[in-house]
Design a protein around this ligand. Structure first.
Ligand SMILES: [Fe+2]
Length: 432
């Protein structure tokens, strides 16, 4: 059984030749100025500057587990779903992911942001509609993100002008001519990953802000790594808790070189993280298999590592029961998608390339989390009806379905009154 790290295609000279000639859709550095003339928010697509090469480093976040804002969140989320505010929420699945309309993220006070952190740590993923984020400018976005922790500067991805902390994903507007270019050498573009898992201090939260988006398609699909862990037998859970995965950005850097992207942060990383990690706030365990950056399992022989990684690929990625789809729904939906990378994988979806669409253009604020750790002695907490990734009765939290007009966004007809206090670039070679 073999397992190929994402990007291993770059060892194939024919693939390299195809990428150099524009296959796979990702634009070259020299095309950015031209693209900027065609888009609504050109300040969020900066040309690479030679003087930025190697100019930046990323922070360590040694106290990340202790400083996580989720520790300060109120388990009833009363500062996020404020009494008297009409909020419509739809759970994308019972355990994971919620779509929310009626909360303006930019207006949250500190208590609201603390609740947001805990909410993302509980629900995993939230899709916020009708946000004013993108019109408040990059300085605001940076400041908003910094509340939650140090921000990541991506080594090679696109970024906003003068704001390297704002990663940009970009797919040009166009029509059916994009389709054969993208799929000339590959049947699909799925690139499942947890953002920047190759870092020593990978991301806690990502905020993904739509600038322009197709009316239909170009969604981001997410999955719940807590549930991926829970589905395993106790024997395999115990075994996996002993394993360490080596994550790398080596192939991402190789791809960037082919497209002439300058590296703002230099370095090919081979970073070790536990396969099973403990969440610093909820205590929940998750199966931290970041497919796109997983190179091999530390200490195992090649065939052993390949077999286990292949099993993980099948187990984690091929189970629709743990997946949900977060739709961007066009430029006017003003969507901001936020997630907890410690318990989520995601991939972009390129299902719109045979249609006439605007650009798919987003920026991402990527907050650094703690160094991943496993602590088998920690008991998972129950937060607002959720225990270890599961909804137990779902009594009063964010489960108001299609309710409209109910008063505070987190109480509904299903409530029994009981208080239970107690998450990209588009193709697999440019995952980020
Ligand atoms: Fe991503």
């Amino acid at each position: 059984m073999t397992f190929k790290v994402s990007g291993a295609e770059l060892f194939d000279p024919l693939v390299v030749k195809a990428i150099k000639s524009g296959a796979y859709g990702a634009i070259s550095a020299d095309k950015i100025l031209e693209e900027r003339t065609k888009i609504k928010y050109p300040e969020y697509l900066s040309p690479y500057k030679a003087e930025d090469a190697g100019k930046y480093n990323n922070f360590k976040n040694v106290d990340g587990a202790k400083n996580d804002k989720g520790h300060l969140g109120d388990p009833t989320f009363k500062n996020l779903f404020k009494p008297g505010t009409k909020v419509k929420t739809v759970d994308l699945s019972p355990n994971y992911g919620t779509e929310i309309d009626g909360i303006q993220l930019s207006e949250l006070d500190d208590a609201g942001k603390n609740d947001l952190a805990l909410y993302l740590e509980t629900r995993g993923l939230a899709v916020f509609r009708n946000q004013d984020f993108r019109d408040k400018g990059p300085a605001f976005a940076k400041q908003f993100g910094e509340y939650f922790g140090p921000l990541h500067i991506h080594p090679v991805s696109f970024a906003a002008e003068n704001y390297p902390e704002l990663l940009v994903t970009y797919r040009p507007a166009g029509g059916a001519e994009r389709y054969p270019v993208q799929f000339a050498n590959s049947t699909n573009t799925a690139g499942w990953h947890s953002d920047i898992s190759f870092e020593e201090y990978p991301s806690s939260f990502s905020f993904f802000v739509a600038l322009e988006a197709p009316e239909s398609g170009g969604d981001t699909v997410f999955l719940d790594l807590r549930e991926a862990y829970k589905r395993l037998s106790p024997q395999i859970q115990k075994f996996f808790e002993t394993l360490t995965i080596i994550h790398t950005n080596y192939y991402q850097n190789q791809f960037a070189k082919l497209k002439n992207y300058e590296a703002r942060v230099k370095g090919d990383y081979f970073t070790e993280h536990p396969l099973v990690r403990t969440h610093p706030v909820t205590g929940e365990k998750s199966l931290f298999f970041s497919r796109g950056f997983a190179l091999r399992i530390k200490g195992l022989k090649q065939q052993e590592s390949d077999s286990i990684l292949s099993f993980l690929e099948s187990h984690v990625l091929n189970n629709p029961e743990i997946q949900v789809r977060a739709s961007h729904q066009g430029t006017e939906s003003r969507t901001v998608i936020a997630w907890d990378n410690r318990i989520s994988l995601h991939t972009a979806i390129a299902d719109f390339l045979q249609h006439e669409t605007p650009a798919r253009h987003h920026y991402r604020i990527t907050v650094l989390g703690e160094k991943p750790f496993f602590d088998g002695s920690v008991e998972a907490k129950t937060i607002n009806g959720h225990s270890n990734g599961h909804s137990n009765g779902h009594s009063n939290g964010h489960s108001n379905g299609n309710s409209n007009g109910h008063s505070n966004g987190h109480s509904n007809g299903k409530s029994n009154g009981k208080s239970n206090v107690g998450d990209v670039s588009l193709d697999k070679l440019t995952i980020s």
